[in-house]
Design a protein around this ligand. Structure first.
Ligand code: SF4
Ligand code: MG
Length: 329
């Protein structure tokens, strides 16, 4: 398996308004607080967590829609955090993003043809015939007819809009697509149509996906490997089956226990978490999950756990496992 993307200790801190003390000290919202993972060529890497855990910010920071506060992102071996704006703009052809509502930021009076064509103009494709050929090609690939290209955004259903959002991402022939809750706004029956389309496109073009979602039942059927985020950090990263069959981190266990059981004989108690997610501007000491963790130990309140391997292709940051490992030595 060839590595396409390597994210090393990426942080994204947003300064808090009015958080300036004296002449320098500033308070920050630590939206993303040091995440690391790799994504292999052709796979789908899921990032899951509750809303506000930093997963969307992580997706945007990795592709430098937001500038990272710290950390490095290697894409095909190249450190893209060091690229000047011009070179980064060229690289955007290779890394595209699909949003939950692709039309939220688009001109409602722009015809779908133009919406799909626009990225090519931005990337400096001056040959109009070539642009035309590409628009028809990707429209066909996502199941939008030529007649539909003349229409306006409001004339489309949610599922069709997402097809158009995907066409717009696809038109520059990207290698990596970051999909941020791409089906969360759609009815369940439409969700699977869009997910199937994304799977087909992945096969046909060898695409790699980062799939961001709060919905563990969607992620289960779509991703190969998964990272679970809590308060700006990855707490567990694993192959999909290992995570769903045997989650290790107490937060991952709680999230997964809320899923409908695979079969009625499966005995899994729903684990209810108490307390709210703490503010990322003032995260708890030690393990940031400790105020809500049913397994919290003394050390958890002061010592921050780090991600450690626990099996093949499975890493977790939790003192339960470091303690176990220490005992077995
Ligand atoms: Fe719970 Fe401690 Fe593990 Fe954090 S380190 S998840 S508080 S057991
Ligand atoms: Mg989000």
């Amino acid at each position: 398996q060839e590595e396409l993307l390597r994210v090393e200790n990426i942080k994204k801190y947003f300064p808090i308004k009015g958080g300036v003390f004296g002449n320098k000290t500033v308070q920050y919202v630590k939206a993303v607080d040091g995440i690391s993972f790799t994504v292999n060529q052709g796979e789908t890497f899921g990032i899951v967590g509750e809303s506000g855990c930093g997963k969307s910010t992580a997706g945007r920071t990795i592709m430098r829609m937001l500038e990272p506060t710290e950390g490095t992102v290697y894409f095909q071996g190249q450190d893209i955090t060091k690229l000047a704006n011009d070179d980064m703009r060229k690289l955007r052809k290779d890394i595209q993003i699909v949003f939950q509502d692709p039309f939220a930021s688009l001109n409602p009076r722009m015809r779908v043809y133009k919406i799909i064509e626009e990225p090519l103009i931005n990337f400096g494709v001056t040959d109009q015939a070539e642009r035309h050929r590409r628009v028809l090609e990707v429209a066909d690939q996502v199941g939008i007819s030529q007649a539909q290209l003349k229409r306006l955004p409001h004339e489309f259903s949610g599922g069709q809009r997402q097809r158009i959002g995907i066409a717009r991402a696809l038109i520059s022939k990207p290698k990596l697509i970051i999909a941020d809750e791409p089906v969360s706004a759609l009815d369940v029956s439409i969700q699977s149509q869009v997910l199937n389309l994304m799977k087909d496109l992945q096969k046909e073009f060898g695409l790699t996906y980062i799939f961001i979602s709060h919905d563990l039942s969607v992620v289960k059927h779509f991703c190969d490997r998964i990272g679970v985020m809590y308060l700006g950090k990855m707490v567990e990263i694993s192959a999909k089956d290992d995570l769903y069959d045997d989650p290790k981190h107490p937060y991952a266990k709680a999230l997964l226990s809320a899923l409908p059981k695979a079969h009625p004989l499966q005995e899994k108690e729903r684990i209810m978490l108490t307390g709210d997610v703490p503010s990322p501007s003032n995260p708890p000491s030690g393990c940031t999950f400790h105020p809500r963790c049913p397994s919290c130990m003394d050390a958890c309140k002061t010592v921050e756990p780090i991600l450690q391997p626990i099996g093949q292709n499975h890493i977790v940051s939790c003192h339960l496992y470091t303690a176990e490992e220490a005992k077995s030595r």
